[in-house]
Design a protein around this ligand. Structure first.
Ligand code: SF4
Length: 273
């Protein structure tokens, strides 16, 4: 986070997957907006994903995810509120033509989403016994739209460095053919030991004293415009990061009883690539 002058160092040790993952976070003192914490959250999720990949490798699990494979890029992509505002800023900072192209692609997909509501898809064969499976139903509905992510082009993510956290947290094992055949989770989506996007959503909700919100990527830009005043709110940067660290630690300790190693999880939400 780069706000204000002077920096404070904050440590984060996460006990996950039978080891401790250490992060040192440098935070400039001053005030920060929600969007300011998104790059830090992205970096943390990338590092956690690398740790998970390492453990999977040690267990001999095959991860088929490769550059050029975009099978997951037509899944529902929820962005936390800090990511939504960051995405808006990044699009505004692009060269005008590129920014207009991203906006146009997002709006085209948004139009399709809004035109075809969930009621028009047959989800009757899906269980609806708990919240997780309800999320799965939404993901299945979205998959039925066959709406590719507005940011994918020729099988590649055009904003890879700034991609959403859910894209970083989505790891599968097994064969690529299985992904293509199912286009859903079934049994091969890896449960992350800590969901950074969930933690970020919780942080934003706490700061804004609101419910935890998530916005589908194609709707993010119009949503951000509609809630633009929220993007200008500020909090002390150091306190914001300290609270984020506490939420992540709490999530890790909740999970550590069951997450001794990365596992595949039937019933895990499929919504996000
Ligand atoms: S943001 Fe990038 S990685 Fe994520 S779904 Fe879109 S194209 Fe794929």
């Amino acid at each position: 986070m780069e706000v204000g002058c002077g920096a404070e160092s904050i440590s984060l040790d996460l006990d996950i997957l039978g080891g401790t993952v250490h992060f040192r976070i440098s935070v400039a003192r001053g005030q920060a907006r929600l969007s300011d914490i998104a790059p830090l959250a992205r970096r943390l999720s990338t590092k956690l994903a690398l740790v998970v990949l390492e453990r999977l490798g040690e267990k001999g699990e095959f991860v088929p995810c490769r550059k050029g494979c975009s099978t997951c890029c037509s899944y529902l992509i929820p962005l936390s509120v800090p990511e939504v505002f960051r995405f808006r800023e990044e699009v505004l900072a692009m060269p005008a033509e590129q920014g207009r192209a991203v906006l146009r692609l997002c709006l085209d997909t948004a139009e399709r989403i809004l035109e075809v509501g969930p009621g028009e898809f047959d989800t009757s064969g899906l269980a609806e016994t708990d919240e997780q499976i309800e999320i799965n139903r939404v993901g299945r509905w979205y998959g039925g739209l066959e709406a590719a992510c507005p940011l994918v082009s020729d099988g590649l993510c055009t904003l890879y460095e700034q991609r959403p956290i859910v894209c970083r947290e989505h790891i599968v094992t097994g064969s690529a053919l299985l992904c293509q055949a199912e286009r859903t989770d079934k049994s091969h989506v890896v449960a992350m030991p800590v969901s950074v996007v969930q933690a970020l959503g919780e942080l934003a909700a706490e700061l804004e004293q609101s419910d935890i919100e998530a916005v589908m990527l194609p709707l993010a830009l119009p949503w951000a415009e509609e809630h633009i005043w929220r993007s200008q709110r500020r909090w002390p940067a150091v306190s914001m990061v300290e609270r984020f660290v506490e939420i992540l630690k709490a999530a890790a300790s909740k999970d550590c009883a069951t997450a001794n190693a990365p596992s595949c999880c039937s019933g895990k939400a499929i919504a996000a690539p």
